[in-house]
Design a protein around this ligand. Structure first.
Ligand code: ARG
Length: 482
């Protein structure tokens, strides 16, 4: 049997393999809401412009709403013979309202229809993802406030570099995620033009009103070139690019969680909620959720790559290749959404071991730069010379097998006579972080200011910085944070 939607010039139906390779209903059925919304807007406009009678329009809209209810309730039977969501919906509409259903497709094509549906879907998804990004940011900001005075090692090359605050480290991810949300919203802005009414590729002879369909669907305006409108997939490419960058950020954070939660680091503990045990090693607590978040970038970037390759050789306008856009995109956007949710859970769940972090922060002569800075500031020694003197001090500590704070004033004077006992003040990790008050620096006071700034942005309500705690958590520290 030839296809009942477009079978006029076909004597027989497709080969079974053809049907299998051609059908998209298996994955594009999730566009049903957007497809029906687009059809309602289109039918309404057709009636307003006199292309369709009000009676037919009303029958179409009522029928479409019934189809919507059927799909939502799960009673709708999707048919692969009907290829995609557009034809499944229209065919069911015909069963319900008869011939009037056949008038719905006046002045449009599946090419502008699918572009419209997919744009609406991506727009909705961006809105959800942005809320999820903001939720994760807020979880991080809240944690950062609690940990504004928690000192951990800051690394470069994963080697001890300078002490930083854990709050500052967490806020680094808040900045990244802020840019991620910005990129998604930026893609949304450019996406928001309606392809509907571009028809197959050349526009239509009917006196349609594309501004009206655009307006009904929440688009800013109709697209200005019909060829571009039906062959453009920039909107999903941009979204996947933004999603890939966001997933890369989540992956870096996940990697840090994996490292931090290892027995060797022991900086944080993840609860049973986001870890698994081992079937053979009873002591194990594996950070599986973090590892999976770390891995998701693979499929998200894969989707971007896949779609860029699909698009790169296509002549204008629509080609069936473009149907390959949806499956990978849905998978990638789902993966990002799940990763954001998992990260938000893990951030709330993660318990830092402040004692362990502090001890580790002091290892590896991490306050050596503070000595050099002191020599510059107090003794007016040029930085390059100060660097050299500090190198000798570190070597001495290494030789004596102690930390920098274990050196006596005689030790310091042995290296350079000009040094006096005030040097001891800068050797602690507390003093080191507290001193870094330059804008954007790691000082606890800065962390609290930045956390308040982000809270204000994310909640839309003004927040003042929380006051600094007088004593460091865990009862140690020498007041260097005051
Ligand atoms: N299922 C198709 C897709 O997702 C819809 C558009 C079909 N257009 C066509 N000319 N065959 O791309």
């Amino acid at each position: 049997m030839s296809n009942k939607m477009w079978g006029g010039r076909f004597a027989t139906g497709p080969d079974a393999i053809m049907e299998e390779i051609n059908a998209s209903i298996g994955f594009d059925q999730r566009l049903f809401r957007q497809d029906i919304a687009g059809s309602i807007a289109h039918a309404t406009m057709l009636a307003e412009t006199g292309i369709l009678t009000q009676e037919d329009r009303d029958a179409i809209v009522a029928g479409l709403n019934e189809v919507l209810a059927e799909i939502e309730s799960g009673s709708f039977t999707f048919s692969r013979t009907l290829e995609d969501i557009h034809m499944n919906v229209e065919s069911r509409l015909r069963e319900k309202i008869g011939d009037a259903a056949g008038r719905l497709h006046t002045a449009r094509s599946r090419n502008d229809q699918v572009a419209t549906d997919f744009k609406l879907y991506v727009r909705d998804t961006i809105d959800t993802l942005v809320v999820q990004v903001h939720t994760l940011q807020l979880a991080l900001v809240t944690k950062a406030e609690d940990e504004a005075q928690t000192i951990m090692p800051g690394f470069t090359h994963l080697q001890s570099a300078q002490p930083v605050t854990f709050g500052h480290h967490l806020l680094a991810y808040v900045e990244m995620l802020g840019r991620d949300a910005g990129r998604l919203l930026d893609a949304r802005k450019r996406l928001n033009e309606s392809p509907l009414g571009s028809a197959a590729l050349a526009g239509t002879p009917y006196p349609i009103n594309r501004e009206r369909t655009a307006e009904q669907l929440g688009f800013d305006r109709p697209t200005a070139n019909s060829l571009d409108a039906v062959s453009d997939r920039d909107f999903i490419l941009e979204t996947l690019a933004a999603a890939s960058i966001c997933a890369m950020h989540l992956s870096r954070f996940a990697e840090e969680m994996v490292i931090w939660s290892s027995a060797q680091f022991g900086f944080v503990r993840l609860s049973d909620k986001f870890t698994t045990g081992s079937s053979i090693m009873p002591q194990k607590r594996n950070p599986d959720a973090a590892e999976l978040v770390r891995a998701k970038i693979g499929r998200i970037l894969g989707a971007l790559t896949s779609l860029l390759v699909v698009m790169k050789g296509l002549p204008l306008a629509y080609s069936k290749d473009m149907q390959e856009d949806k499956e990978v995109a849905f998978d990638a956007l789902d993966a990002l959404s799940l990763s954001l949710a998992a990260m938000t859970g893990m951030v709330g769940d993660m318990v830092p071991n402040r004692e362990r972090m502090r001890v580790s922060a002091a290892a590896g002569f991490s306050t050596a730069t503070d000595i050099a800075d002191w020599l510059v500031r107090e003794l007016n020694i040029p930085f390059r010379d100060a660097h050299h003197i500090t190198g000798q001090i570190v070597a001495l500590a290494e030789q004596k097998n102690c930390g920098l704070e274990g050196l006596t004033i005689e030790d310091f004077k042995f290296i350079d006579q000009r040094i006096d006992s005030r040097i001891h003040k800068v050797l602690t990790v507390e003093a080191s972080v507290a001193a870094r008050q330059s804008y954007g620096g790691t000082a606890p006071a800065n962390v609290l200011i930045q956390a308040a700034r982000w809270k204000t942005i994310l909640t839309g309500e003004p927040h003042d910085p929380k006051p600094l705690q007088k004593k460091k958590h865990g009862g140690h520290g020498d007041g260097g944070v005051e």
